[in-house]
Design a protein around this ligand. Structure first.
Ligand code: GDP
Ligand code: CA
Length: 316
């Protein structure tokens, strides 16, 4: 069994690749919920939705988020009556939030709701939230602390990033399926998808119990670098690294994850950094890591799994 840790769009691409080469019983995808928030009375889980839509094959590839062939009648009407329009909700996307909110208010856990929504979309692979508790990632910046969506959407990530902290994390526990996966006797590999390390992966690692379980696990933990040739493929990861004083390269990713990871998959364009990363104590595998097509996603999934298998053999 393989456990993948994922944020939204970057994570979803590799998760999709993994889902194409692994059967539903062989893969658990645990997703960040630190970005979740309540908006217009709906409970919105941006990263879970990105992974769900991607695996369901209904994601919009041009916009990069949400559902393809989306319509915006709700948003336009809302705007006309002077409603809150800073967060875009497509008509189809809205159905997910309405159904999720209804189920949660009936007392279902987020894990149960996510399983139901996956089923409704014909997704057979297991997508689970990192926790069923409500936690919120708060972004610390030189201009103060902001709720994630506020920083990300309203402030367009402009204030200089200094770190994150979490609301509600002390009381959180890993979701049942994530907890089970971490201690499963058949667990072979943990893959950290090329998601934003600070606001997508770190929240998962900070759920009480996860860090310890990962430190104790005997299986290889392989991360895929979200940084290629000094840049993030999308989003603020590179800006955040710069503002934290980390090298904006896979070296900075290796430094950030430190001893947690056994190996790092880096892009061919960063091949000359291999030795430096190895010197940091992290094994390196070089592969094409830019995923533009489903075939790229599948190939990167296979490369990551083969690398992890080789590491597992060295471990043993
Ligand atoms: P978000 O929650 O939607 O922002 O998504 P994630 O945190 O999962 O993904 C954002 C990260 O994915 C960014 O840092 C990107 O650099 C990275 N990313 C996106 N597409 C790719 C890709 O094709 N290859 C790699 N290596 N990284 C990617
Ligand atoms: Ca996210």
């Amino acid at each position: 069994m393989i456990l993948a840790l994922a944020g939204g769009v970057g994570g979803a691409k590799l998760a999709h690749g993994l889902a194409r080469v692994l059967s539903p019983s062989e893969l658990v995808i645990a997703v960040n919920t630190g970005d979740d928030f309540q908006h217009l009375d709906y409970f919105i889980c941006p990263d879970l939705d990105s992974v769900l839509y991607k695996l369901a094959g209904i994601n919009d590839t041009e916009r990069g988020w949400g559902i393809r062939d989306e319509t915006w009648n709700f948003m336009e009407s809302l705007k006309q009556i002077g409603g809150e329009d800073w967060f875009l909700l497509g008509d189809k996307d809205l159905e997910t939030h309405i159904e999720r909110t209804r189920r949660l208010s009936e007392g279902q856990t987020l894990s149960e709701v996510t399983r139901a929504l996956s089923g409704n979309h014909g997704v057979m692979h297991t997508i689970v939230p990192m926790t069923d508790h409500r936690v919120g990632t708060i972004v610390d910046t030189k201009e103060g602390d902001f709720f994630f969506q506020d920083y990300f959407v309203r402030l367009r990530c402009e204030p200089a990033f200094t770190g994150v902290h979490y609301k509600g994390m002390e009381k959180a526990t890993p979701s049942p399926a994530l907890k089970e996966a971490l201690t499963h006797s058949d667990l072979k590999v943990i893959i950290i998808c090329p998601s934003n390390p600070f606001v997508s992966i770190d929240p998962i690692l900070n759920v009480p119990g996860i860090g310890d379980a990962l430190a104790k696990t005997r299986v290889p933990i392989v991360a895929v670098s979200p940084i290629i040739d000094g840049q993030a493929v999308k989003g603020p990861a590179a800006k955040m690294m710069r503002e934290l004083g980390l090298p904006v390269s896979p070296i900075g990713i290796a430094q950030h994850y430190g001893d947690l990871i056994t190996g790092l998959v880096i892009d061919e364009q960063d091949r000359d950094l291999s030795n430096k990363i190895t010197q940091l104590g992290t094994k390196v595998h070089v592969a094409p890591t830019l995923m533009k097509t489903p075939e790229d996603e599948k190939q990167l999934a296979l490369e990551s799994l083969r690398f992890a298998e080789a590491l597992a053999k060295q471990h043993a």
